[in-house]
Design a protein around this ligand. Structure first.
Ligand code: GLA
Length: 502
């Protein structure tokens, strides 16, 4: 008798739970300490104990619920498919649905614990992002900027999402006091995570880490430097902050009003609303918006080298375009990226540069010889030189690498040629760059594990045999060559960089 009653009450409880219908569109809002709010929608349909539907977020797009269940106590388990085009296991999401209230356990920002957040009921269809058709293709005129590769500093490699207004001010001070400005580093670029939400008129605001962007721009300008900023053509940036999707003109005007001089425009979530074949038109849209402001703003395209950006970057008035995925502060990452760039040499020209990503020099993950390879190779490649370290505490050795005027002159050579590989013998490579005055910069690179002699024959670098004037740009001295070429002993993961006068 007692047992029967127990079963009846369990049954009643269970029916109650199942009668509670989870069906509908739910919104979960997560606010981070800087005031950024992430919105995730759960558009669910309950059928008995099983649940299906989708989750939507501007950053990760729409993801199918591959499986979902609710038990008698209202414990909900959902498995959401990986974001579009990504392989891998679905993501398990736990929630609790009791007395009509849904509480979802959400993973937070990297390094934070999951948090339980109460969802609210949302209108049907809320969270769906409509595709705005990109404009018809046309050529955006060259903006006249970046006649030599841009030089400056960017916050991402060192600070990532932790960068604040005070850091940027401090960096502007350090650029001047360390001699970086004198060496040519002018742009102070804020990367992702400065963005706040949009106000009632759709204007982009700054978050708590950047209370006064106009004041910051004025400060940076007062030092004779220029200020750069970052956004995405997608609804969200790579770090999940507001992107410029549907607000391109409005954002460009805001940047100009603040006094911004450089924009890095990073694809990120744009792939949720656009197709790869839309990329040129999408980047054109911001190129036009920037020019419509009348303010000179360097335009940096960042879409990791997809759809042969080097072929159409100039058409959208891009001054530089990333050619690779993100660099890391390791020899493997830097050397893999750098030594693979020769194939793009023909696309570099004054005003339009291949960008193999920002410098890691001084961030601690490589030896000084490796950082010299980084600096030499990027200069031979006519790459933008955007330091990515904390200049307030940089050592003399690191500053000597970053500010080597003879090496920077190779990068900033007005002809704007990009080096190519002249010879390769196992781990030993010789790269050559033609300079405007008929002289040549030649890099002897040792990618191997032990010091080695590297020799270059004049024929390899298209120089006639005979007497030539040679200068070693790291040793800062003239060096003697043979009649048919030059040889040097090069340390492991090291370089000898020479300039051969015409
Ligand atoms: C992408 C870019 C990086 C950086 C981050 C910011 O990964 O390639 O350079 O801008 O986004 O979120």
């Amino acid at each position: 008798m007692r047992i029967t009653r127990f079963f009846i009450s369990v049954l009643t409880l269970a029916t109650a739970a199942f009668a509670a219908d989870l069906t509908g569109n739910w919104l979960v809002k997560q606010e981070s300490p800087d005031g950024n709010v992430r919105e995730t929608y759960f558009d669910l349909k309950q059928d008995g104990t099983s649940i299906n539907g989708v989750t939507r977020s501007a950053q990760f797009g729409e993801r199918k619920i591959e499986s979902g269940t609710i038990d008698a106590e209202g414990n909900v388990t959902l498995v959401a498919a990986p974001p579009n085009n990504r392989k891998g296991n679905g993501q398990k999401i736990q929630a609790k649905f009791v007395n009509g209230a849904l509480r979802v356990t959400m993973t937070g920002r990297p390094g934070t614990q999951p948090e339980e957040v109460t969802a609210s009921r949302a209108a049907a269809g809320a969270g769906i992002i409509e595709r705005i058709p990109p404009p018809a293709l046309k050529k955006v005129p060259y903006n006249g900027l970046a006649k030599t590769p841009p030089m400056g500093w960017n916050s991402w490699n060192k600070f990532a999402g932790r960068v604040t207004q005070e850091d940027v001010k401090g960096m502007a001070d350090a650029i001047v006091s360390s001699g970086m400005k004198k060496a040519g580093y002018i742009y102070v670029n804020i990367d992702d995570t400065w963005e706040g939400m949009r106000d009632a008129n759709g204007n982009i605001t700054t978050n708590k880490k950047f209370p006064d962007m106009k004041g910051l721009a004025d400060y940076v300008h007062s030092k004779g430097l220029k200020l750069g900023i970052y956004s995405s053509p997608g609804p969200k940036t790579c770090a999940g902050y507001e992107g410029s999707y549907g607000h391109e003109l409005q954002d460009a005007k805001q940047y100009a009003a603040w006094g911004i001089d450089y924009l890095k425009y990073d694809w990120c979530s744009a792939g949720r609303v656009y197709k790869p074949e839309d990329e040129q038109a999408v980047y054109q849209k911001m190129g036009e918006a920037l020019q419509a402001t009348g303010r000179p703003i360097v335009y940096s395209l960042c879409q990791y080298g997809a759809v042969d950006v080097w072929k159409w970057g100039p058409e959208v008035s891009g001054n530089l375009w990333r050619t690779t995925g993100d660099i890391r502060d390791t020899w493997d990452s830097m050397s893999k990226i750098g030594f693979d760039q020769g194939r793009l040499a023909e696309y570099a020209a004054p005003g339009h540069w291949n960008d193999p990503d920002m410098l890691e020099i001084g961030n601690g993950g490589m030896t000084n010889d490796e950082y010299k390879v980084h600096m030499s190779l990027w200069s031979l490649l006519s790459a933008p030189l955007l330091a990515g370290n904390d200049l307030r505490s940089a050592s003399k050795e690191i500053l000597d690498i970053l500010t080597n005027a003879e090496v920077i002159a190779i990068d900033q050579d007005p002809a704007g040629n990009q080096a190519t590989r002249a010879t390769q013998n196992g781990d030993l490579e010789v790269w050559v760059k033609e300079l405007h005055d008929g002289s040549k910069a030649v890099g002897l690179f040792n990618l191997g594990a032990a010091a080695a002699d590297i020799s270059v024959k004049w024929g390899d670098v298209k120089i006639q045999s005979g007497k030539h004037k040679l200068r070693d740009l790291w040793a800062h001295k003239e060096v003697k060559a043979e009649a048919d070429g030059y040889s040097a002993n090069v340390p492991s993961h090291g370089v000898v960089l020479i300039r051969i006068a015409k």
